[in-house]
Design a protein. Structure first.
Length: 313
């Protein structure tokens, strides 16, 4: 999970609560989601804090449907629709399946010590749907079906009104199903032809292996300084030797993966433009901004300020 993604989420929800009459800053503080150390934590801790936030929002608003009401369209970034799912809920785990011209997106919001409230899923689904409509230019773009693992609420009909499709409860997974045609219309093509083939490739992607687990851990450690191999090994409950061996089996090394992770996070954050270059350099674990400057020149062939000014690496 990236610091900048969490920052997007916190600021996005806050902006929607600004005129709601709720003490947004106070509730975020109560949930431990201040824009400093509160976001520089491991993914499961952040997930619990987000769940706590939604519990507080429901309690103080007296509105169990608040997750359906506060979402708003967001600009699709370079990651496209699935990247946007990650943006609005940085701790999300997702799977994609395709069948007979439809794409099913299943989400699992993990929790450590808290049960994830339904309002978090409501929020993710609503933001995804409104973003799809915004990106495709079609206000009538609806999912084919929505499924929840939660029991049916008393006001279940409002869910069908919101999503414009059948909504089923007490299902095995939390799923939103789309027509491939609607998804393809919303994908940024970057000047290349876009077709259902892209969705097929996305659906066929292999789950993250050991490398992916290490990379996720690195994103939580970088804001605290340069990550060390021994610390990562302890977190994964393996020896340093095993860590090195398993990364080598997947075609990389610890130092290379740290560099790759920094490069990808830098590309995302510079494109989003949420952080100053000085703050971003420290969030990526660099000891000083000049080191970040040199890394950007090596990665992208241009300075971070040039990229932040609108040039694409």
């Amino acid at each position: 999970m990236t610091y900048s993604s969490a920052l997007h989420l916190v600021r996005g929800v806050k902006s929607r609560l600004a005129h709601s009459g709720l003490a947004a800053d106070q509730l975020f503080e109560m949930a431990g989601l201040n824009e400093g150390d509160g976001l520089a934590c491991d993914a499961l801790t952040l997930s619990d804090r987000l769940s706590h936030l939604w519990e507080l929002l429901v309690e103080h608003s007296k509105d169990p449907l608040i997750g359906l009401r506060i979402s708003t369209p967001h600009r699709l970034g370079w990651l496209g629709v699935m990247g946007h799912i990650m943006l609005v809920s940085p701790t999300v785990q997702s799977t994609i399946e395709r069948c007979h011209g439809h794409t099913r997106v299943a989400l699992l919001l993990p929790g450590l010590n808290r049960v994830v409230p339904q309002q978090r899923y409501d929020f993710v689904w609503c933001v995804l749907l409104r973003t799809l409509r915004c990106a495709s230019g079609r206000d009538d773009a609806n999912p084919v079906a929505v499924e929840y693992t939660f029991p049916p609420p008393a006001n279940a009909h409002i869910y069908e009104q919101t999503f414009g499709c059948p909504v089923r409860f007490d299902m095995p997974n939390n799923v939103m199903e789309f027509s491939d045609a609607d998804l393809v219309a919303a994908l940024p093509n970057g000047g290349m032809p876009v077709s259902g083939e892209m969705l097929a490739k996305l659906a066929a992607a292999e789950p993250k292996g050991f490398r992916g687990r290490v990379q996720e851990l690195l994103t939580t450690m970088l804001p605290k300084g340069p990550p060390h191999r021994d610390s990562v090994a302890v977190q994964l409950m393996v020896s340093e030797r095993t860590l090195q061996r398993r990364l080598a089996e997947e075609g990389t090394s610890f130092s290379q993966l740290v560099d790759d992770t920094r490069r990808e996070l830098a590309r995302q954050s510079l494109a989003a433009g949420d952080l100053s270059l000085k703050v971003l350099s420290f969030q990526l674990g660099f000891s000083e901004p000049s080191a970040f400057y040199r890394a950007c020149k090596r990665w992208f062939g241009m300075t971070p300020s040039t990229i932040a000014g609108g040039r694409t690496p």
